[in-house]
Design a protein around this ligand. Structure first.
Ligand code: SAH
Length: 231
């Protein structure tokens, strides 16, 4: 006990000296208080989110806030999802190591990094070109080499890499894009925020079983709108 106390004092002393918060501790707290305390039980999701340095996926001035229980703006009117939302969507995909996963809406790249950390083969598409370019560079710099990035309208998916074991859509829209459904393999799972009113959606899990599509509403959510390229 004494040793533990001494260790934690010296850690906060080090933090004070360097002027940097102890991000590892913030991450552990996030996992314990925001994920475990709710309904996140997947050991692989918890482990990945304990590892991926979320503060490097936000703007410099927001690094400490990155571990808070909320989404954050990342520029271009877009947001990095709340940690719990990333965990819940990932858990809902029921992934096995090595699964091929398509993400529509790369944003900050944090969700893609969590998937890569779990050992997935990740394909991710972003429609806002400067954001997509910046995130591509960040993912490369951080060594997430299993993530393939593309700039474009994710509405049509990524046909050359299909079929996918799982598809995650991180922007809200009224309907399930047909091309995405077509790129989901037999037994595949998709999570997508669905809603006709902007900013109000139901997070829905879509499963393809014996050629049939099953849908299940998981929870009420608020995502930035799914946008479409005019051309
Ligand atoms: N997964 C992200 C969350 C990003 S928010 C993260 O972890 O940070 C949703 C993102 O979807 C935004 O960056 C938005 O620009 C993008 N987006 C919206 N419509 C899209 C479309 N049709 N194709 C690809 N990306 C889209």
């Amino acid at each position: 006990m004494k040793a533990l106390l001494a260790l934690s004092i010296s850690m906060s002393y080090l933090t004070a000296l360097s002027g940097q918060p102890d991000f590892g501790t913030l991450r552990e707290q996030m996992v314990k208080e925001q994920l475990r305390a709710r309904d996140i039980t997947s050991a692989r999701v918890l482990e990945a989110m304990k590892t991926v340095p979320r503060h490097l996926f936000v703007r410099d001035q927001d690094q400490e806030a990155a571990y808070g229980d909320h989404p954050l703006p990342i520029g271009w009117g877009q947001t990095i999802s709340q940690p719990y939302m990333v965990a819940a969507m990932t858990q809902a995909l029921d992934l096995r190591k090595g699964d091929k996963v398509l993400e529509v809406g790369t944003g900050s790249g944090y969700q893609a990094a969590v998937l890569a950390q779990m050992g997935m083969e990740v394909y991710t598409i972003e429609i806002v070109a400067p954001l997509g370019t910046q995130t591509k560079e960040l993912l490369r710099k951080l060594g997430y080499d299993q993530v393939q990035t593309r700039i474009g309208d994710g509405y049509h998916g990524w046909p050359e890499a299909a079929p996918f074991d799982a598809i995650m859509v991180t922007a809200g829209g009224p309907t399930i894009p047909k091309d995405l459904l077509a790129q989901l393999r037999e037994g595949g799972r998709m999570v997508i925020p669905l809603g006709k009113t902007q900013g109000v959606q139901e997070l829905t899990r879509v499963t393809r079983r014996e050629g049939k599509i099953h849908t299940e509403v998981l929870m009420a959510v608020r995502f930035v709108p799914f946008t479409r390229n005019p051309n």
